[in-house]
Design a protein around this ligand. Sequence first.
Ligand SMILES: Nc1ncnc2c1ncn2[C@@H]1O[C@H](COP(=O)(O)OP(=O)(O)OP(=O)(O)O)[C@@H](O)[C@H]1O
Ligand SMILES: [Mg+2]
Length: 671
Amino acid sequence: MNPASSIRVLLIEDNPGDARLIREYLYDPAGASFELEQAATLAEGATRLGRGGIDIVLLDLSLPDSPMPETFVRVHQCDPQVPIIVMSGLDDEQFAMQTVQEGAQDYLVKGHVDTRLLIHAIRYAIERKRVAEAFARERELFHTLLDSLPDRIFFKDTQSRFTRISKALTDHFQLGHPRDAVGKTDGDFFTSEHADAALNDERELMKSGEAILGKVERETLPDGSVAWALTSKLPLKDRRGQITGLYGISRDITPLKKFEEQLEQERNLLRSLIDNLPDYIYVKDTRGRYLLDNIAHRRFLGAVSEKDVVGRDAGDFFAPDLAARFSADDLRVIETGEPLVNREERITDAHGNIRWHSTTKVPLRSTEGRVFGLVAISRDITRRKLNEEALQKANDDLARNKDHLERALDDLQRSHEELKSAQFQLIEAEKMQSIGRLAAGVAHEVKNPLGIIGMGVEYLTKHLQTPDENVGLILTDMHEAIRRADGIIHGLLDFSVPHALDCHAEDLNTLVEQSCVLVRHTLHSAGLNLVRDLAPNLPPAWLDRNKIKQVFVNVLTNAIHATPAGGLITVLTYARQLEAADVDRDAGSRLADRFRAGERVVVAEVIDSGSGIPEAKLAQIFDPFFTTKETGKGTGLGLTVTKKIVELHGGSIDIRNRKEGGAVVTLMFKI
Ligand SMILES: Nc1ncnc2c1ncn2[C@@H]1O[C@H](COP(=O)(O)OP(=O)(O)OP(=O)(O)O)[C@@H](O)[C@H]1O
Ligand SMILES: [Mg+2]
């Protein structure tokens, strides 16, 4: 109610005299104005109250439509908010007290009232009602607080006995009603472990008057369970400031505490995991400063404890260029948010040793996704790296040595082949010698009887006179057969006893010319042409004239036999200097055994346009008695003897097929 505005007073009074009197009392020229309305019956009064806007009721209890003892209660029920002052003619103290207890603000006895008393009574009544209501509201709030707050609220007296507890605490203590806790102590609900500690705290609080704020308490209950609470306790004081007890509020933080314990456990697990791993693990902030690291990493850095590392950066432990490289990697991970996986780093450790690390750096993100640092795990791969390097070196060495090895292998292979061919030649030579000895023996033994038979046939041819003409023919055949056998004997003797060379400085061209004369007849009867292309001024060579002529006759005869009529036989001579390529053993040169690079030689080539020699037979043509000719035409000793003679001269003979057909025989002699 605003004191400046007027007070609306409803006077319920049936007596007009009393009503007038009261109206006069309320006339206040000083300013406090009253608006007085009157109702003469209870019904009228009730109707007016129902409309509202009445600040106070002045009630006469004796009304025509209500028995006096009930009047107050009936009016009060119409609007319990409106204060009522009872105006009674009955000066009965007991009745007055009863009416006040029923809710009347005052009980005034008519006739004892004057203006001042009535105005005071009205004012106080209105104010008292207002205060009472405010108090009731506060009380209601207080009860709401106690009944619905999940936090536990309690009040205790100076002996730490509960005087009032909230519903939440009532439930916690498993009590039916808050009043069940009144007079009890913590000792009735907790084990002494917690109760004694709480009692000590409270005694101290009440002695010092100092509040305990936000204390984490471990509450142990008789059933063995443990709970955690966050408790504040404050001293309760009366108006004079005297401590009359305490009050407190306590929140159950058991789930929070359990979560914290779990977190702690996980942290410990992680810590022991990190510390026991042999890999290096560290965490850095965005400026490259270590936030934590594990034991292996610390040992690697040469640090003793975590505080030697935390807050420092790579520059404190590594050479500037290495530290700069690490920082660049860190920065890239932090700026891009992309992890760096298995980066191989070459590092000089605290003792100056070169180490290899394989490092993975992963950005650390806050729950909002912001990168606030990085975590790195690094593994020492020095051993692997050294092995790799050794392997690489071994591979390189192997690759380098491969060429040597291959060359050595080639040499070995060649040596082996040479050895084989030498062995073969040795065997061949041995064979030839045996054949030679045999041939010489046979030739020697056969030569004399053959001579005697020859002379006998000659004698008989001259002196035998017989009409049988067959005898003459037989003697001619015998003569021819003896001549052939004699040829073979000579061939065998040439082959087996060719050592007696009678060498002089000879012009090769001259020997070629003379040999050509010897085969001229055979050549012509075979219908062949002969071309001589002889280099002029050939230097002389040291040769056995007859033997070399025998060589050319043999070779020319072979060419003539191989070449069909109308064919061409060419004889070339020239001199030349041998080059390295000519005697290159590796290139398969057969001259290598006899000649050296730089040596001068005279060469004769006999080229025919005949059949050539089948490749399969090339290897056999120098073998004794190898011939493709029909019996009587060839003995197969021609090339055997030829080769023998050439080699005795230190020269070489080579027979090959020509691409354009026919064969070429090349003879070479040192000058
Ligand atoms: N120019 C050539 N063309 C083709 N075949 C040849 C030539 N020279 C030699 N031969 C072959 O080589 C074989 C052996 O020749 P070789 O001179 O040793 O014996 P031959 O000529 O058969 O008999 P002979 O002892 O009477 O000379 C020949 O039978 C022939 O088949
Ligand atoms: Mg021959």
